[in-house]
Design a protein around this ligand. Structure first.
Ligand SMILES: NC(=O)N[C@@H](CC(=O)O)C(=O)O
Ligand SMILES: [Zn+2]
Ligand SMILES: [Zn+2]
Length: 474
């Protein structure tokens, strides 16, 4: 007997929305049809004509747990994701302690298992820990990175020399290296030159387009020269220059033929699609993030590149800092903006404005991230039979202004205040309703760990992860 029958839904079929029913068994999609004509099931969900798409996979969040849980923790962050239609996240390593060794990994895994309401992967940091990369890969980290080529929150940045050694090591494991591409040398020079500049957009001029362009160029070259090239994924790309370099390298890769080494993908963050340097006047330091806001022409280019397939995925780079921490001069303000709960609403509102098709939104928020980050092998990123029933329900007409007071993150502001969003009327994770349109109805800790491909198990198939026994509650 199926667990759940969803009636009166609309789903995408060849680019069109068609009426459908969805059957779920053991938390997985059992089938989608116009009508099933069955009468026995455990639970009936009336979708009331909502559109149902795969829930979002956000490959780039910072949930600050352990270490800075006043900004976010695994519960608040995952609730925020659920309310925004995201059911899977990959969480980045710049926490305190950072995930750069077994101890850091174990603390984070334990926290997440106790608190997360959605499924999650944990990324492994790369700094002066090259001798530890194999170990954290075997413990089940999802991917390596973000690897910081320039200074950003958490101070995990590495030199280009070390990057070469790291990429070689990562390539040898056939893992994925996720890159934060900004050139540290140029950033430092600009910081000196613009020392006394008090312009509102100074952060964007300290880290100009060229800063990203140089880093992407160098990273691709360093990877080519490495003893073993790695698969590369560029995080939060923000400039036409970077996207063009990546497109060229992608082309070279596909003409080179078989194998994974050297394969390159990239993502864009919503703030580089929907905000620009024009928003500094409204946002001040709330508009400070790395890489920084770009011109409105660049943002328009990024939307086109997302449409045309040059950019493969959207990820929020959810990086919460509290308003009082941001309420300081531009230079001392921390970099980062929250975004996990507004990613899908902004994307869905952009469909209504004909900026993107719904089909493309599904590709870049679910199908592609699942494949880039190796989550499809764990049942993520499709509504085909056998995949996890991770579903987002929405009413395409229900456009509302985004308001910080309605969001579930601990972060007490949003850079999208007043902008249009289409929020989910319901979110399902593995067939469970976790967001009912009004509140998060999921049990704390129901989220499952999604181990990376390197996970080593013992003879009984159990992960080798060993927890530290000490209590690390904050
Ligand atoms: N994007 C940011 O400006 N900040 C991120 C780190 C990062 O992704 O660089 C953070 O963790 O605060
Ligand atoms: Zn980054
Ligand atoms: Zn980040």
């Amino acid at each position: 007997m199926p667990d759940v029958l969803i009636q009166n839904a609309r789903v995408l079929d060849g680019g069109q929305l068609v009426p459908a029913e969805i059957l779920i068994e053991d938390g997985k999609i059992k089938g989608i049809a116009k009508e099933f004509r069955i009468s026995s099931y455990d639970e009936l969900i009336n979708a009331k004509n909502a559109v149902v798409i795969p829930a979002g996979i956000d490959g780039h969040v910072h949930f600050r747990d352990p270490g800075l849980t006043y900004k976010e923790d695994w519960y608040s962050g995952s609730c925020s994701a659920a309310a925004g239609g995201i059911t899977t996240v990959l969480e980045h390593p710049n926490t305190i302690p950072p995930v750069i060794d077994k101890a850091g990994f174990s603390v984070k895994l334990k926290r997440a298992q106790k608190r997360s309401v959605i499924d999650f992967g944990i990324n492994g940091g790369v700094t002066n820990n090259i001798d530890k990369l194999k170990e954290i890969w075997r413990l089940g980290i999802s991917v390596f990175g973000e690897i910081f080529m320039a200074e950003s929150t958490g101070g995990l940045n590495i030199s280009n020399n070390m990057l070469g050694d790291a990429l070689s090591e990562i390539g040898e494991m056939d893992a994925l290296a996720c890159i934060h591409a900004e050139d540290e040398a140029l950033r430092l020079i600009n910081e000196g030159i613009l020392k006394n500049d008090t312009g509102i957009d100074v952060h964007s001029r300290i880290r100009p387009n060229e800063c990203e362009e140089i880093a992407v160029h160098d990273c691709i070259r360093i990877n080519k020269e490495a003893a073993v090239s790695s698969r590369l994924h560029f995080c939060h790309t923000s400039t036409p220059e970077a996207v063009s370099l990546i497109a060229k390298a992608q082309k070279e890769f596909s003409s080179a033929g078989a194998g994974n080494a050297g394969k390159i993908t990239c993502e864009v963050a919503p703030h580089h699609l929907f905000l620009s340097t024009k928003d500094y006047a409204r946002l001040g330091t709330l508009g400070k993030m790395n890489p920084p806001l770009r011109s409105s022409d660049d943002a328009a280019y990024m939307i086109r590149a997302l449409n045309s397939g040059l950019i493969n995925a959207v990820a929020s780079d959810h990086a919460p800092h509290m308003q009082y921490e941001k309420d300081v001069p531009m230079r001392s303000a921390p970099s980062g903006v929250p975004g996990v709960e507004t990613l899908m609403p902004l994307m869905l509102a952009s469909v209504r404005k004909n900026m993107l098709s719904l089909e493309r939104v599904v590709q870049v928020t679910s199908f592609n991230p699942a494949r880039i980050f190796g989550l499809d092998r764990l049942g993520k990123g499709s509504m085909d039979e056998g995949y996890d029933a991770d579903l987002l329900f929405f009413d395409p007409k229900n456009v509302v202004p985004i308001q910080s007071k309605n969001l579930h993150t601990r972060c007490d502001w949003t850079p999208y205040e007043g902008m249009d969003g289409i929020f989910p009327s319901m979110t399902l994770s593995r067939g469970d309703v976790i967001w009912d349109g009004y509140q998060v109805v999921a049990k704390k800790g129901r989220g499952q760990f999604l181990p990376g491909a390197g996970l080593q198990t013992d003879e009984d198939g159990k992960p080798i992860t060993v927890f530290d026994d000490d209590d690390d509650e904050e």
